[in-house]
Structure formats: C-alpha cells, structure tokens
Ligand binder design. Sequence first.
Ligand code: GLN
Length: 486
Amino acid sequence: MDRNEILNLTALELAQRIREQKVTSEEAVRAVFENIDEHEYKIHAYLDFWKEESLEKAREIDEMIANRAFQEGSSDLPLLGVPVAIKDNLLLSGKKMTCGSKMLQDFVAPYSATCVEKLEKAGAIIIGKTNMDEFGMGASTEHSFFGATLNPKDPTRVPGGSSGGSAAAVAYGGAFAALGTDTGGSIRQPATFCGLVGLRPTYGSVSRHGLTAFASSMDVAGPITRGTRDAAALFNIVIGPDEKDQTSVSAPKVDLEKMESYDLSGKRIAIPKQLISDGTEENREAMSRAVEFCRENKALVEEIDMPILDYAVAIYYILSSAEASADLSRYDGIRYGYRASGAEDITELYRKTRTEGFGKEVKRRILLGNYVLSSEHFNDCYRQAERARNMLKKAFDEVFTKYDLILCPTAPGEAPLLGEIDKDPLSTYIADLCTVPASLAGLPAVSLPLSSSEKALPVGIQFIGPRFGEQEILGASRFLEKGGQK
Ligand code: GLN
C-alpha cells in the first residue's frame, strides 16, 4: 500500500490490514511521520513526538505478527500497531506532560493515566502529545504557552479547543486517532471545526486517574477520530471502573455490529429550541439537513422547550471556574512544576510563581472561581449554580423519559479566525452553549461532521443521549454517516 492509501484508512481498518500483513505497522508509523514532517511546522498540533521510539515499537509488533504471536483477529488488541496521539494533559510515563502551561513545562510523568495504559494494552502506539489550551481552558488552542495550533482545513482559523492539537493531528493525517478531554466541550467542538467525530463519554465511564484536573466534576477523556466506528472502538478500550478513581464506574461497551444495524425509524428525537436560537447560515443549514434526514428515515423530530438551558453557560462558568481555582491551588512552586526565583519569603514565592507560571485565561478563571467561592458570594453564586445544575440534570432526565435522543448543533458557527477570540472572551464563553449542557449533566454526546460542500468549512451536529447511552448516540451517528440503512 502506498502512503496515501494507508493514510486514508480509519484506525480500525489499519489495525485489520496490519494484522492481515497487508501493511506493516512500521509503514503506518512512517506514513504518519512523513505527514508530520510536511505539516507540523505550519499547524503545530504536537508539543512532543518520538519517531524512533515509535518505529521501534512498530517493528516489534510487526515481528510478533510475522511470528504469529498474536491470534488471528484477536479482539483484545483492536488497535494493534496503530499510531495514536494523546492530549498533553494525560500522563504517559517517562514523557513530559505540560498541560500547555509554563507551570508544567519541565514536568515528566511518573506514571501513565489509566486510559492511556488501556490504549497501549490495546496495541496502539502512542506517538506524541498534542497541544491544548492551558489546563484545558479555552475553545481555540490559542491559550497554549507554547503557541497556537492552526486548523488544517484553513490555517487562518483556529482548530477549536481545548483539544485542538488532537483534532488537528488527526485532521492532517498526523495520527489515526487521538484522545482529547472534554470538560465543557473540548472534544466535540474541535472535532467539529476539523471535520471529525468527537465523543464525550458518560461522566465516570473513563477513569480520570492521570488526567490533570480542570474541573473534576465534568472532566472526561474521549476519542477524536475520522469516523464513528473508530470512536466506538476507542470508547470500548478506555472505559471501565478503576480503583484509582472513586468516581469511575462500569459502563456498557458499544456493540459495533448492533451499531451498524441501528435504524432511526421510530426513534423520538428532541431539539431544545434554546440550542438553535442563533448560529450561522451554514449551521442552520446543517441542522435542517439533519432534521430532514431523520424525518425521511421515519424518526419523530420535535422541538422542545428547556428554559433552564438559558442558564447553562452561566452555571458552567461558575462551577468550572470554582473547581479550577481549587484544582489549580496545588501549583505553588513548592511540590513540583515551575518555581519563580528571587522571592524573599514563602508568600512572595507563591505569588511570583503563580503570576509567572499561569497564562491570562487561567488567571481569569482562578479569579472568577475565587470570587464565586468567597464568603460574600458563595451562597448567591456557587450554591445557586449548584442548584441550577441539579435542575438542569432533572430537565434532561425528564426529556429522556419521552425521547431517545437530543439533536443540536455542536457550535453556533464555524471555526473563528485566529486572534478573533482574544478580542472578546465573553462571546467565546457564550459560544459554548451547545456543548456545556451535556457536560453539566454528565451525559454522553457525540459530534459528527455534516458539511454540505467540499469547499465550506466543516460544521457538525451533535447527538446527546441519556447516561450510558453511547450505543444509542453512536448508532445514530453511524446511521447519519452512512447516509441511512442501505
Ligand atoms: N471552552 C470551554 C472552556 O473554556 C470548554 C473547555 C473544556 O472542555 N476543557 O471552559
């Protein structure tokens, strides 16, 4: 197979070809690194990658396959020999983990995150760490201490964020799949802007052990891939309870065969009107095409009213910033990470370290978090937001007693131009409207591309399901991707 043929495969297709010895893992790794050589200097998707080590691993795998050390079709190794990237807030033992921050510029991971370990056990070759908004705070990957990532579909634009590096790497063929993390949309939104599939799994289904906290009650790792089948496969690999994360739970795997035979016929789909109020022409058009498609395939599609969603962005920014300010208090210049020099006493050391180590957006969140947690504002801000979050969860529970799925856009518009976001941070927060509701309620959600023409920038739509509803949302996503049941 030549390089282009290899690069056109999905992760699962590649694993199969490698197992059948139609292509070697070494060839796949080489193909990906040729692409990295070609695009990386323009796009800057990666913060670190390791070519020789990856090739070495690939050769070992190829040798084992040649020696028939793996059983034919072994289901334990669904990603055998496949080059995969991970976001740089996930620990990989012995490698740097910076979270896109000066604070952790020289931090080397002492162990691997559970989800990363699971990927490796499934045979994947982790080839590098991808760029991100500092500590996951942002929606453009411009808030990285190491510089912005550009959108491979249009380099004058952002790839989205905060997992923008993961999305950009997969989009330009610098990896066959990637892990991102999603607190308030950071898997789904960059997947949309780069024309990919992004899955936010049910909160708790993927262990957070080794995922650096932004807002612990919402953080979850998940896949960014070229298609729904890959997303389902990666989901199946990374899920599962973990004694190192007390919030992790056992979640049902997605049955890929069942997913293929999914049919929208008879499904009840709700569209919350609060999530479609504004948006660009392209987005509205994508939504109407999705609705039309669902109706043509005999699904019942209804617009519903969820008034609490008007408050979702406010609730999200109060709670996530409160949690962030607590989660980030550990960066004090003493235990690990950056330490400022020239401080006269301990208080000054804290202040200087945090002033120099954190970027603008992170400081904004810490300030907001401390404000809402302060004794004067705790009751009217933090407590109120918590109550409102519970109301929002209940509103979703109620919707899922009547409907199988929620359909909405992933983002109100296409990828913004570079530099646009910094001019008005508040409107960027507001643009998270479509992604934060599922995050607050701990629900699974998948974003899939639905562009109309080759020239237009990618746009995407999103299916949200009830807790552990991955089979349902991925079934619907696959059904749309295939253009219906043929
Ligand atoms: N854009 C959102 C924020 O800035 C989401 C970030 C995320 O999911 N990590 O908080």
